[in-house]
Design a protein. Structure first.
Length: 66
């Protein structure tokens, strides 16, 4: 299992601001692109501050795939 301090990977749920979560949907040139439920896709302006809340594997095990 990965540590929550690891860099996020595609499919991971991350916290990008206090209480705000999104899914990493792509990584381009080292920049994670995020998408919130039902929302738009955007590149993060602070990749080092992203906190992995659940890995892709944890989300799949929880049946949380959207």
């Amino acid at each position: 299992m990965r540590n929550s301090s690891d860099r996020p990977r595609v499919g991971d749920e991350v916290e990008y601001a206090t209480g705000r979560r999104a899914i990493v949907t792509d990584i381009r040139d080292g920049i994670p692109y995020l998408r919130a439920a039902g929302g738009r896709l955007w590149p993060t302006d602070a990749p080092a501050t992203l906190k992995v809340m659940r890995t892709r594997e944890q989300r799949l095990a929880d049946g949380d795939v959207w």
